[in-house]
Design a protein around this ligand. Structure first.
Ligand SMILES: Nc1ncnc2c1ncn2[C@@H]1O[C@H](COP(=O)(O)OP(=O)(O)OP(=O)(O)O)[C@@H](O)[C@H]1O
Ligand SMILES: [Mg+2]
Length: 472
């Protein structure tokens, strides 16, 4: 995997944080040239335009963080430009360049949403302070939106339980993936923790940038396209304003494409192009927009099989699968069940203000044998429900009615597995299962059970001991 990573243009943390895009709109050529030189030297990506119209076009193409805008322009007034810019992106920071005798117009500009103003002739220190202020505000706004997105949540690798070798491999991959921005494909059955892992990688890579999740199966194709890529005003009925897509909104953060297997072949082609060129056009637009975000895709289907069946593009599969994470199902890592129960009960106690101490040994036995088709999410849901209804501190059979119902109505053979992979049962196992079933289904005393089973009392006792069955 390392070789693959190094052959890729990887974006490091530092790049993402230091570089800002600044657009200078001024008809005075010497101002444009000297500002461009200065801003570039300061480590920013600088663009320039000499008229209002050119400025608006460049704005759409580059989506700068800060715009330095002259009030007097040859074609349209700086105020109109300011208004258009703010209509496109409400959060854009516009610094107006004003002449001293224009104080009234300056006040007007501030009222109309300019972020700051500087005087002509331009004093570089004054400009520098205004830019820094604007960039700090952007940082702050991002932090606040990050906080709103995930209230008081900080993800660490410690938040994932995994004790077996396969999970240790997963952790190692998370560690490597957190040092770069390569595309990642996470595969695992539903409820195995795909999104949890995506969030941990995001928080370890670009925690101050947005994390944006898109469920590819939840929305119809046309909407998904404009969700991802955004659209221009008037590009289809209902597109009343320009809308930024998720790839743009994610900035230097992460786009999590959940259930990628459900993406239509048509959109798969478009996504492939984005991954190849790291840029795209908004729906109905001509300007290309750069992708700076990391893409993490997830699926609970076997994508390789889907590729073989012609349902998923193979080239897209390989593009997504630069870093590959397979999360094993819970029934293949039973060693995690006990630590998970402890971890989840702790979490539940904290969130629901409960004081559950644990689950009974018998219940743990059942947990260890259960098949867990819904994996960790199912375990978590069962524990939450049990914690809510339980009267005691130890959760027992009566607190898991759904699971016990499965076990009691003969579903146990299906629900509770002994070994993976499945193999024919041994005679001992069949005997054990049959004895348990008769005990469970007949509310009888030992003598009567022996009669049903057709064995003597001492034989019955020996078998109970052999199979470690308790008979109350
Ligand atoms: N290894 C783990 N340790 C602790 N909690 C986990 C672990 N894996 C998953 N969880 C928890 O289990 C729940 C389900 O995880 P998540 O939503 O990430 O699964 P998923 O694979 O995305 O599921 P789906 O396919 O259904 O969308 C979450 O509450 C998550 O925090
Ligand atoms: Mg999920």
């Amino acid at each position: 995997m390392h070789a693959l990573l190094s052959s890729f243009e990887l974006l490091t943390k530092g790049d993402a944080q230091n570089m800002s895009k600044i657009l200078v709109i001024d008809d005075d050529r010497s101002i444009r040239e000297s500002l461009k030189l200065y801003l570039t030297e300061e480590g920013h990506e600088a663009h320039t335009a000499s008229t209002g119209t050119e400025g608006l076009n460049k704005f759409v193409g580059t989506l700068p963080d800060v715009v330095i805008l002259d009030i007097r322009l040859p074609d349209i007034s700086g105020f109109t430009v300011l208004e258009d810019l703010r209509e496109d992106d409400e959060k854009v920071k516009v610094i107006m360049i004003t002449a001293h005798h224009d104080m009234d117009t300056t006040i007007k500009a501030m009222k109309e949403g300019a972020f700051d103003y500087i005087h002509k002739p331009i004093n570089i220190d004054e400009l520098d302070i205004a830019i820094r202020k604007a960039l700090n505000t952007i940082e702050l706004e991002k932090k606040i939106s990050g906080l709103l997105m995930e209230p008081s949540r900080d993800f660490k690798v410690g938040d994932i339980i995994g004790t077996g070798n396969e999970m240790k491999e997963v952790f190692k991959t998370i560690g490597v993936a957190s040092q770069n921005k390569a595309t990642i494909l996470i595969q695992g059955e539903s409820g195995t923790g795909k999104e949890l892992i995506a969030k941990i990688i995001h928080y370890n890579t670009s925690r101050d940038e947005p994390y944006i999740a898109v469920n590819c199966s939840a929305i119809v194709e046309t909407l998904l396209e404009s969700e991802l890529f955004g659209h221009e005003k008037g590009s289809f009925t209902g597109a009343i304003a320009r809308k930024q897509g998720k790839f743009e909104l994610a900035r230097y953060g992460t786009v999590f494409l959940d259930e990628i297997s459900e993406m239509s072949i048509n959109l798969q082609a478009k996504l492939l192009r984005v991954l190849q060129e790291m840029e795209f056009e908004r729906v109905g637009g001509k300007d290309s927009v750069k992708v700076n975000a990391r893409i993490i895709a997830a699926t609970n289907k076997n994508l390789r099989t889907m590729v073989k069946e012609g349902k998923f593009r193979d080239d897209l599969f390989y593009r997504l699968n630069i870093v590959s994470i397979h999360i094993p199902p819970l029934r293949k890592r039973r060693e995690d069940i006990e630590p998970l129960v402890n971890y989840l009960l702790n979490k539940i106690n904290r969130e629901l203000h409960k004081r559950i101490a644990g689950i009974s040994d018998k219940m743990m036995d059942i947990f260890l044998k259960y098949r867990w088709p819904g994996n960790i999410r199912e375990l978590e849901n069962l524990l939450v429900r049990a914690a809510v209804v339980s009267k005691g501190q130890i959760l027992g059979r009566e607190d898991f009615p759904d699971l016990m119902e499965d076990a009691n109505n003969g579903e146990s053979d299906r629900a509770i597995v002994r070994d993976e992979p499945e193999r024919p049962m041994t005679l001992d196992e069949i005997e054990e299962m049959h004895i348990k079933k008769v005990i469970r289904e007949n509310d009888k005393n030992k003598g009567e059970i022996c009669e049903i089973l057709g064995i003597s009392r001492p034989t019955f006792e020996r078998k109970l001991e052999k199979y470690n069955i308790t008979f109350e």
